[in-house]
Design a protein around this ligand. Structure first.
Ligand code: IFM
Length: 440
């Protein structure tokens, strides 16, 4: 197993979740429906028929969950705000009862000395905005900026960071490209236009939040990977280059360079997005941090059926190849290609077939996974990448989108019948790691 050495003394150790995946309280206290409420209630969309109605009931059990985090000795908690909880229709009236929930959560976190890292959009668009075209409608970007400014105004001095989006790649590609996620559209042209509106909304939100002025650092969270050709064939090499360009550079280049990457833009041809004159000026806003979510590499094979990677370290319960060295490669490449602000690893972790046996959950696979990824992260840091923190995904087992409750990513096991939380071995291990890092 890989060795984890000493991280910098001010390195942030955190855990992450998102609103729809844990909160429940789907219509509590005036919350409006989101596209994930609609999607998860549509028969056949979620593998086990799960919905977000109750999830981990975090809406009511947040104090217990914050106490759990305090018991794990984490420095920081990354969570998202459900837009339709604080603004039920995505525009117009604010819902004070919704804001009051996040106010209570922030108060609880502060009382336990846990820093808050907020994400504004983790995929749960207010359904009312979807009814007006969702992210395909350019106006949604403007509504998003208003929502962002309101959150910054209310909470900006109580949170460490605010990220505009979580993984806009998924919103565009899974929500509009292959219909696996809400709103369930499968249309390449639409998905590319949506990706542009998401980037625009990020840029407009950054400007709106800067105007408000607060102590929070502002940035975005992207899911990223390196792309490896399966063989040395030209077709595989071209596919890998395209994959990296369309997935990673597609989001990084507009933010850092004010343009789309040529390779992907050319390949998109007639599906390329409609871009207005000032869009890149709006999108290319300085960011204070980059959140990087890393789970696997892309293994690119042009053969039919495609070749699969040898997966020397196996695959997770999602079927994702375990490839820790990809994190080193990715960070080094990003650091070479862009003028990066400090980076947080805002998500990393694995789904595992966990079960409670005699009150314990022996998830040695997860401990090994995280250990290897932290060692890979450390290697990138040794080679010069400035990374300020690591957020394990996830604090709790939760609603894994179209996989429902069938996939368990938590370091804390959740019994969905009783809502009982049980610390897995990985949680105890993570606490030990944090303690050891602090003592050293
Ligand atoms: O559960 C998701 C999370 O919402 C976004 N990043 C990937 C995780 C695991 O699939």
């Amino acid at each position: 197993m890989s060795e984890i050495q000493q991280f910098p003394a001010d390195f942030i150790w955190g855990v992450a979740t998102s609103a729809f995946q844990i909160e429940g309280g789907a219509s509590a206290d005036g919350k409006g429906p989101s596209i994930w409420d609609t999607f998860s209630h549509t028969p056949g969309k979620i593998i086990d028929g799960g919905t977000g109605d109750v999830a981990c009931d975090h809406y009511h059990r947040y104090a217990e969950d914050v106490a759990l985090m305090a018991g794990l000795h984490v420095d920081a908690y990354r969570f998202s705000i459900a837009w339709s909880r604080v603004q039920p229709a995505g525009k117009g009236a604010w819902n004070e009862a919704g804001f009051a929930f996040y106010d209570r959560l922030l108060t609880e976190l502060a009382a336990k000395n846990i820093d808050a890292h907020v994400t504004l959009y983790h995929w749960d668009l207010p359904q009312a905005l979807q009814d007006e075209g969702g992210w395909l409608n350019r106006d949604t970007a403007k509504q998003f900026a208003e929502y962002a400014a309101e959150v910054a105004r209310r909470f900006g001095n109580r949170v460490k960071t605010i990220a505009t989006h979580n993984e806009p790649w998924c919103t565009a590609n899974l929500g509009y490209g292959n219909a696996q996620f809400a709103p369930g559209v499968a249309d390449l042209r639409q998905s590319i236009q949506v990706s542009h509106h998401l980037l625009l909304s990020h840029g407009l939100a950054m400007q709106a939040m800067r105007k408000v002025g607060s102590s929070a650092k502002l940035g975005i969270v992207l899911n990223q990977w390196t792309a490896h050709p399966a063989t040395d064939s030209q077709a595989d090499r071209e596919l890998a280059a395209f994959e990296y360009s369309r997935s990673v550079e597609w989001f990084m280049d507009p933010i850092f360079k004010g343009r789309y990457p040529e390779l992907a833009l050319k390949a998109h041809g007639a599906n390329a997005p409609v871009i207005h004159d000032n869009d890149f000026n709006d999108i290319r806003q300085p960011i204070d941090f980059l959140g990087c979510n890393y789970y696997f590499r892309a293994f690119c094979s042009a053969e039919v059926p495609p070749r699969a990677p040898a997966a020397a370290l196996g695959v997770t319960d999602m079927g994702w190849e375990i490839y820790p060295q990809g994190l080193t490669e990715l960070l080094l490449k990003l650091n070479k290609d862009y003028d990066l602000p400090p980076v947080y690893i805002t998500e990393n972790g694995m789904a595992n077939r966990d079960a409670v046996v005699d009150g314990r959950v022996h998830d040695a696979q997860r401990i090994d996974f995280v250990t290897r990824h932290l060692a890979a992260l450390q290697e990138a840091m040794h080679q010069g990448v400035k990374v300020d923190g690591y957020f394990l995904w996830s604090l709790l087992d939760n609603f894994e989108w179209n996989s429902g409750y069938a996939k368990r990513f938590g370091i804390v096991h959740v019994d969905y019948e009783t809502q009982q939380r049980t610390l897995k071995d990985s949680a105890l291990w993570y606490r030990g790691l944090i303690d050891a890092q602090r003592k050293a």
